[in-house]
Design a protein. Structure first.
Length: 212
């Protein structure tokens, strides 16, 4: 509607300027003008389509229509500006909310990563300690193996005695005791260095690590 009113006003304005130019040109004519001439029966020729009253009415209607369309356009522009401001405010609010949520999520992931890294370092440290204990255990077993071999070899050799010489004498009892002592020392060494050592280094928590 605004565009249509503008086109009508533009056309009316051009027509009026054209009429004004013609009237100005006619007003300049005089008896000595070179472009004057006779036009038979021109006084009887009437191609007018308006009278001053209808001409004025048409002009006023165009002006009124133009004013109404401008006012409507201004109201619409105001409503659009208000809507744009509202949309901008809401979008900024949503953007801030999304940024805050994303920042919180990033912080949660960072905290979870830090906890997992700490847990990994603890696990690697425990694995390293277990490897150290295993090496110590192997050495201890190797160290205790020689006395055990001696005791068991003595017992095995005494089984080769013949007849009544297969006697459970103090030497036999001593060899058996040596074997028993060597076996127990080996077991004690394993329990002491391996099992008990590992249990002392392990700590248990009732809280599970939180991973987001």
């Amino acid at each position: 509607m605004t565009r249509a009113a503008q086109l009508i006003c533009d056309q009316d304005s051009r027509n009026k300027h054209h009429a004004q130019d013609l009237d100005g040109k006619v007003q300049q004519l005089h008896n000595m003008s070179s472009n004057i001439g006779l036009f038979p029966n021109i006084e009887n020729y009437d191609n007018t389509i308006t009278v001053p009253v209808t001409w004025m009415k048409y002009t006023q209607e165009n002006i009124g229509r133009s004013q109404r369309e401008r006012e409507a356009s201004l109201r619409l522009r105001g409503e659009m500006d208000a809507l744009m401001r509202q949309c901008n405010t809401e979008m900024n609010a949503h953007n801030n909310t999304a940024n805050a949520a994303l920042q919180t999520r990033v912080q949660e992931l960072q905290d979870a990563k830090n906890k997992m890294q700490a847990h990994l370092q603890k696990t690697l440290s425990e694995i390293k300690e277990m490897d150290r204990v295993i090496m110590m255990l192997r050495k201890a077993i190797c160290d205790k193996e020689l006395p055990l071999k001696v005791a068991q070899t003595r017992l095995e050799e005494r089984t080769r005695r013949i007849d009544v010489e297969l006697c459970n004498d103090p030497s036999m009892q001593g060899s058996a005791l040596e074997n028993d002592i060597a076996t127990k020392e080996r077991s004690i060494e394993i329990d002491n260095r391996s099992c008990l050592g590992l249990r002392k280094t392990n700590t248990y928590s009732t809280k599970l690590p939180m991973v987001a």
